[in-house]
Design a protein around this ligand. Structure first.
Ligand code: NOJ
Length: 758
């Protein structure tokens, strides 16, 4: 067993520490056999009830003692982690294990789903969320989270949009950096854990939005629309990257040398390790790439360091070496990267640093964490419509309707393996706790999720099943309608169940499930004001709802403090400030759909015109566009002012600069009667390019809190980088010419100015 002198080894990044690390790892690897090196590349799951893919059996203790495991997936208990770590430390070379888990939007304290988090447009809040997640996860033995997911998606049919930050690469990049800062810090404290950027790459562009299908596209599109958030996370110091399941350019991502080596390592300089997604190496056999030995060898050579769950590496790389499919240096390279991550995490210093079993409750689900979750949840809600009924009067008689109003587990959303399913505050509880007289708040369920009992299966996973009410549909609706008639206002909490988005949850029909939608129609017929509180993990089609209900508050899936945060906003203690990060379409058939598209030769305003770019049967423009969201107050924008009319472009050694940054200022005034926060957005259009340039691209945003009547001038600074794009040959360039700059409160409500680059 290797003797490691505690506290002798400094982790953290510096040239000096890197030299020490290299010496340490050289020494260690000299002593390791090929089998032990291959062992470091193996990441099985611990036997557990947490399953995120097809289950696989393995004798973990046996594998650890033979040095055949580099990390373990699924442990979330500090005592258990300590016990397993002891096994590793006391066998072979005593190399400690990584303990990885999906800590996605909170561990015990659950925050809104990532799509909701992105709607805060508040990277600082997301960093705080990630910090709290790391504190809670590390107190439970976890030292590596499979987060953030930074996949851009243009397709709301794909259920995993719930786990991402929407459709925009600029916002997605700022958010990606925030997650990394929050989880990792500088990896020197015992509550800073490794992040894992996923799913590299282009997973969000799955064909037709069907999970796991190929996502193919030109490199021009790949780099201009999809790649930036991965790169931003890498630049922010992400310690690991997870390769995606699907094929890109005909090669599964886990085997894709262009992605894993040419771009990630050589172009972007990534020096962490790459792990495959769950069983992705094994699934390359299903992709028709050859035998398990062949795909494993190919993955290793492509640049994939760690095999999650398949056992392909540990089972076949030894033979592949003998068969000449790989070289020992391929194994060494991958092994070194994993050992480096362990070193940087401080595990060689103290293998038990994340296994502190003393008072974990002081760090988990604390009142401070819950208060932060409540605040961030309220900040994530997007007010889509308000005819003036919101905020509600606390003395009103309220009919709360809908199965999701009285549901705890579904408030957690789709990715919360560590949370207690009964921990959330329901919307009904939240409303009752906020009103003057709780008995003035009635509750009726109103419907099941869908009419068809078979469709209820979409809610079944991870203890979030929506129970079925055996009553007749008409009887349930009649009860809700009667309650509505007795009330001053109806709050209908409807939408998707949590498991209708997330992994393996693609949908083609993006409307509210049928039974609930019909219920809403009956409630509207009562003539009582109806507030739709919408639960969803994706943009939905809300054409009927937008015309027929009085207010729509989109709450996504808000997490453990759901009901309290909803009450904060419904009763006006918090003025809603969330903004959409994915466009809401008018019809499911318009997918893929996104605001930053390139011009075409036959534009329309959305309506049908023969021989123009449109649909015969729907207006194709967004019902609620990217960047959109209302407030209980109103804001007025001045015209944007660009400091200078023209700027000179400087290009030296392929690097672009401007003679001075482009400064754009705009003044925003709160013209309403309440204090509120506006998300001021800046978009740019390069008016003529050698390749298609988007009609508008987000290049800046700032949240501004304003009292009634107050004005503030916001100044944005654009650099050459903000004006650059990738050409067909993947050079990142800036072209001289005319640029438009647009400022406003949503991508489709802007005022425009311009400047020239000479
Ligand atoms: C599959 C998912 O695609 C990925 O996001 C997750 O991290 C792994 N399973 C592990 O649970």
């Amino acid at each position: 067993m290797l003797m490691i002198s505690a506290a002798m080894i400094m982790h953290g990044r510096s040239a000096d520490n890197d030299r020490k690390m290299d010496r340490f790892i050289d020494g260690l690897m000299e002593k390791m056999s090929v089998e032990e090196k291959i062992g470091q590349l193996n990441l099985p799951t611990a036997p557990s009830d947490i399953i995120t893919g097809p289950a696989r059996e393995s004798d973990i203790a046996g594998l650890i003692s033979k040095g055949q495991i580099g990390g373990l997936f699924n442990i979330s208990n500090a005592a258990k982690a300590r016990e397993i770590q002891e096994l590793a430390v006391n066998s072979g070379h005593g190399i400690p294990l990584l303990f990885g888990l999906d800590v996605i939007h909170g561990q015990k304290t659950v925050f809104p789903i990532p799509l909701g988090l992105s709607a805060t447009w508040d990277p600082d809040a997301i960093e705080r969320m990630a910090r709290i997640s790391a504190i809670e996860a590390s107190a439970m033995g976890i030292n590596w989270t499979y987060s953030p997911m930074v996949d851009i998606s243009h397709d709301a049919r794909w259920g995993r949009v719930a786990e991402g930050s929407g459709e925009d690469p600029y916002l997605g990049s700022r958010i990606a950096e925030a997650y990394i800062r929050g989880y990792q810090g500088d990896l020197t404290d015992d509550d800073e854990i490794l992040a894992c950027v996923k799913h590299y790459a282009l997973y969000g562009a799955a064909d037709a939005g069907r999970d796991y299908t190929a996502s193919d596209m030109s490199r021009y599109r790949m780099f201009n629309w999809y790649m930036e958030p991965y790169k931003a996370a890498v630049d922010a110091g992400a310690a690991s990257v997870m390769s995606a399941f699907q094929q890109v350019e005909g090669v599964p991502c886990a085997l894709n040398r262009f992605l894993l080596t040419d771009v990630l390592r050589e172009k972007w300089g990534f020096d962490g390790f790459v792990v495959a997604d769950y069983n992705a190496v094994g699934e390359a056999v299903n992709h028709g790439m050859g035998s398990l030995e062949e795909v494993s060898a190919r993955a290793l050579k492509a640049g994939l360091d760690m095999d999650m769950v398949t056992g392909g590496y540990v089972g076949t790389l030894g033979k592949a070496l003998k068969d000449g499919l790989i070289r020992e240096e391929d194994i060494d390279k991958a092994c070194r990267r994993i050992l480096e991550a362990k070193y940087r995490l401080g595990l060689f210093d103290d293998p038990y640093r994340f296994c502190d079993t003393e008072n974990p409750e002081d760090k988990i689900f604390t009142p401070e964490h819950r208060a932060e979750a409540r605040k961030i949840a309220a900040e994530s809600f997007v007010l889509l419509k308000n005819d003036g009924i919101l905020p509600l009067d606390r003395k009103a008689r309220i009919a709360v309707v809908g199965l999701l109003a009285d549901d705890k587990a579904n408030m957690l959303g789709c990715w919360t393996v560590g949370a207690d399913k009964d921990s959330p505050v329901t919307v009904l509880e939240g409303i009752r706790s906020a009103v003057a007289d709780p008995s003035a708040v009635s509750y009726s369920r109103g419907s099941n999720l869908f009419y068809d009992p078979d469709m209820d299966r979409v809610s079944r996973n991870q203890g979030k099943d929506v129970d079925r009410d055996p009553r007749d549909a008409g009887e349930m609706v009649a009860e809700a309608v009667e309650a509505a008639k007795q009330a001053d206002v109806v709050v209908a909490v409807l939408g998707e169940a949590a498991e209708m988005s997330g992994e393996s949850a693609s949908r083609v029909d993006l409307t509210i499930p049928d039974a609930q939608r019909d219920l809403l129609k009956e409630l509207a017929k009562t003539g009582k004001p109806v507030v739709l509180v919408l639960c969803t993990g994706r943009p939905l089609v809300l054409d009927w709802e937008s015309e027929n209900v009085d207010a729509i508050l989109n709450i996504w899936f808000p997490g453990t403090e759901a009901g309290l945060a909803v009450a904060d906003v419904l009763f006006g203690d918090v003025n809603p400030s969330g903004r959409l990060t994915m466009s809401f379409p008018r019809h499911s058939g318009v997918m893929p759909f996104y605001y930053n598209e390139v011009p075409n030769g036959r534009p329309t305003d959305g309506r049908w015109v023969k021989y123009a770019s449109c649909y015969m049967d729907t207006d194709w423009t967004a019902l609620y566009p990217f960047g959109y969201g209302l407030s209980y107050t109103s804001f007025a924008y001045s015209e944007p002012v660009v400091e200078k009319a023209a700027y000179s472009l400087i290009c030296e050694d392929g690097k672009y600069g401007l003679d001075s940054p482009v400064r754009v200022s705009v003044t925003i005034t709160n013209t309403g009667k309440r204090a509120g926060t506006e998300t001021v957005q800046l978009y740019v259009r390069d008016m003529a390019g050698s390749v298609g340039r988007p009609l508008r691209e987000l290049k800046g945003f700032e949240k501004v809190a304003l009292r009634p009547g107050e004005s503030r001038t916001v100044e944005f600074t654009l650099t050459a980088d903000d004006l650059s794009f990738y050409t067909q040959s993947l050079d990142r360039i800036v072209e001289p010419g005319e640029f438009s700059v647009m400022t406003g409160g949503s991508s489709s409500d802007v005022k425009t100015a311009g400047f020239i680059i000479k």
